[in-house]
Ligand binder design. Structure first.
Ligand code: 5GP
Ligand code: ZN
Length: 119
């Protein structure tokens, strides 16, 4: 069945194809595509095709989908050759987390030495 999208949501427009994307991994219910403003040699966003604003929303409303979302992360790492040197997974959430797109997404960052803690 078609994903449940919100027409005013940027990532829903990527899911429907009205905004093009550079896909890295796609499953029935999850899409992983390159960030338009990459912060590392690999910077991929992993999203559910259905619209959920936050990790909390998807975990409560559709825990199976939350599990599928997480399962795509190692698929991205493998596709990008990140398994040996490692990588980082980030979910910016809400105001303090500086979430700018309110469709849940996991950032997968790698391909260079990353610093910790973030600012
Ligand atoms: P947030 O700041 O919400 O954690 O992450 C949103 C991310 O979406 C940012 O890293 C930003 O660069 C990325 N982004 C914003 N607009 C687009 C777009 O049109 N296409 C792609 N591929 N990424 C986008
Ligand atoms: Zn959306």
């Amino acid at each position: 069945s078609a994903p449940q999208t919100q027409d005013d949501c940027l990532f829903c427009q990527i899911v429907t194809g009205s905004i093009p994307n550079d896909t890295v991994v796609e499953t029935e219910r999850v899409l992983a595509f390159r960030d338009i403003q990459p912060q590392a040699p690999t910077h991929v966003l992993v999203i559910p095709k259905d619209h959920h604003a936050t990790l909390a929303a998807v975990a409560v409303d559709d825990p199976q989908l939350a599990s599928e979302l997480l399962a795509v992360v190692p698929q991205v790492a493998s596709a990008e050759g990140l398994e040996v040197d490692g990588y980082r997974v980030v979910a910016n959430t809400g105001t303090h987390g500086q979430q700018t797109v309110h469709h849940v997404h996991l950032h997968v960052l790698g391909g260079r030495q990353l610093q910790w803690p973030p600012g």
